[in-house]
Design a protein around this ligand. Structure first.
Ligand SMILES: [Cu+2]
Length: 579
């Protein structure tokens, strides 16, 4: 009896330990008393690598993020979903239960290299079939030892990302245990444009002749699931259920009015680039995307941060700041095809507790970012560059991205990469040989053996707005970027024009290392990366209506001469395709 009792006690204890272990990492980190999600750099950067285990249930529910009712996706009951915090070298295991009624789900870990874990990348059509309703799937991968920075996770199935299926993913840089003093307070801002309609309605409008290929205009801005929409701006054509939040009920951006705070900012939106500024504080970019350190330049405003891009900003309060400072977010109009009378491009959020108890700001206030502004595209890296940057590329890949509204396609705008408009295959590319793929797959093969091939990637943009392109499985160096002024076309064809005659300014000495880059309107970017991560990796515009209408491609990186290689899904992923 005593032994049985002991066994029961032991098993109960292990359940308690297990619950504690799960709870410690799945706690929702949203602090009701401030808008920014507090982060825990000391806890993670000074410990040894470990395994972090999460259990996520995906559902839907009605929420009022900015005062307007909308059906959003929830993870464990929360929008946005949980924030993952870890350190380099950690193993991350996320069991995802799809508790939705009638839609599949997949999750992508935006910006992580996923080295050796191609099948865990979450890209439907490339690496997996969606997780069917009522089933679950385990994402299990390891962060590289040299990998750290600000990332995020989001759905990579259909349009779910725009309706809230995303969250933060911060990988802290390991530090010596005695270096704690140098760590600032850290907080996360998931900032993005927001539509009151479901994104499927937005795409349906875009995919009709009515849009004439112009991008949809969002209604609002949401930070960590909260926004401040002025209900009086709603237009009769698009009635909304709206209840404005009183300023006194809105949390301040941060609580701390002294010292320094590292703000990790992610553009989680689907269309607009963002510029941000805080009254009475300087913002200094520290790192961009996945941990690329940049020139220390303090500014009053920083931009433009495009959908999918991240920047870490060091916020320092000035001694002469106003008593009631505001956090300002300006939506870049270049990617907004039409005016939206319901949209205010300047969004303001109370920055400190004092602001919340003070007076509301006039809605028409403008973000003054001209005097001391940092243009993110002009920054240089301060990382120690290796021969990787200076050595000549061995393979050149050339793309022309465009939106075309053709009669042959019923005057519906489609996104193209060269002459192909992508559509996901029902069976992921990983599970088939190249000859079996359908004709919507334009996927160059990069032969890369024991010595990885160095690739030059040129992406031209033939359209009037910018396209933020994201490459899965890699980070790349941005060697050159060019934006043509109205009227002219700034394409670059490396086969016809030598580098020295290309119109853009080159930076081979200290190029930014990124995984998402804005390809300027009527211009191009020239990127360089070392193809050291075998597999099928997607490359696509991160504006959801563009990706959703075909502006996507990818690479197959494999052993030279083995283009027909079938990588194969892992067993549990293969089961998803049979469900
Ligand atoms: Cu685009």
């Amino acid at each position: 009896m005593r032994i049985v009792g002991l066994l029961i006690a032991l098993s109960l204890a292990s359940v308690v330990v297990l619950i504690f272990a799960i709870d410690r990492h799945t706690r929702n980190l949203i602090d009701e008393s401030q808008l920014a999600i507090p982060l825990h750099p000391v806890e993670h950067s000074t410990r040894d690598p470990t395994t972090l285990t999460f259990e996520w249930h995906v559902t839907q529910g009605t929420r009022t993020p900015d005062g307007v009712e909308k059906q959003v996706y929830l993870v464990n009951g929360h929008f946005p979903g949980p924030t993952i915090e870890g350190r380099s070298g950690d193993r991350i295991i996320v069991r995802v239960y799809n508790d939705l009624k009638d839609e599949g789900v997949s999750l992508h870990w935006h910006g992580l290299r996923m080295q050796g874990f191609n099948a865990m990348d979450g890209a439907v059509g490339f690496t997996q079939c969606p997780i069917s309703p009522g089933t679950s799937f385990v994402y299990d991968f390891r962060i590289r030892d040299d990998e750290h920075g600000t990332f995020w996770w989001h759905s990579h199935n259909q349009l779910q990302r725009a309706d809230g299926l995303f969250g933060g993913l911060v990988i802290h840089e390991p530090r010596r245990r005695d270096a704690n003093a140098a760590l600032q307070d850290e907080a996360l801002l998931l900032v993005g444009d927001w539509f009151h309609r479901k994104q499927s309605d937005v795409l349906a409008w875009y995919s009709s002749p009515a849009s004439a290929g112009k991008e949809p205009v969002p209604d609002s801005v949401v930070i960590n699931g909260r926004g401040r929409y002025d209900c009086s701006m709603a237009v009769p054509a698009r009635p909304v259920k709206c209840e404005a939040t009183a300023l006194s009920d809105f949390p301040p951006l941060i609580k701390k009015s002294t010292g320094e705070t590292r703000l990790r900012v992610v553009n989680t939106g689907t269309v607009a680039g963002l510029t941000v500024g805080v009254d009475g504080a300087s913002l200094q970019p520290l790192e961009i995307d996945g941990g690329c350190k940049v020139d220390p330049k303090a500014a009053d405003s920083v931009g433009t941060l495009y959908p999918g891009e991240r920047v870490d900003l060091l916020l320092k309060w000035k001694s002469d700041r106003a008593a009631e400072p505001w956090f300002n977010v300006y939506l870049d109009h270049e990617n907004l095809g039409f005016g939206n009378p319901a949209l205010n491009p300047n969004h303001t959020f109370p920055a400190l507790p004092k602001t919340v108890t003070g007076h509301d700001r006039e809605h028409a206030s403008l973000l003054k970012f001209r005097d001391h502004h940092v243009d993110l595209a002009t920054l240089s890296s301060t990382e120690e560059q290796t021969h990787i940057v200076t050595a000549e590329e061995e393979q050149t890949i050339l793309f022309y991205a465009s939106t075309q509204t053709l009669a042959v396609n019923g005057n519906i705008p489609l996104g193209f990469m060269n002459h192909t408009s992508w559509h996901p295959q029902s069976l992921p590319l990983l599970s088939q040989n190249r000859s079996s793929w359908d004709d919507k797959q334009l996927i160059p093969f990069i032969p890369s053996g024991s010595k990885p091939t160095k690739v030059k990637l040129v992406i031209n943009n033939l359209d009037d707005g910018s396209h933020p392109f994201h490459l899965h499985g890699y980070s790349f160096y941005v060697l050159s970027s060019f934006r043509a002024e109205s009227g002219s076309l700034g394409s670059y064809n490396p086969y016809a024009t030598p580098e020295s005659d290309s119109p853009g300014k080159w930076n081979r000495e200290r190029p930014l290392r990124k995984d998402t880059v804005s390809v300027p309107r009527k211009g191009h970017v020239i990127l360089s990366f070392v193809a050291d991560n075998p597999g099928m990796w997607m490359l696509h515009c991160h504006m959801l209506v563009h990706m959703g209408t075909g502006m996507a491609t990818g690479f197959q990186v494999g052993v030279p001469g083995d283009e027909e290689h079938i990588y194969g899904l892992d067993e549990s992923a293969a089961r998803l395709c049979k469900a």
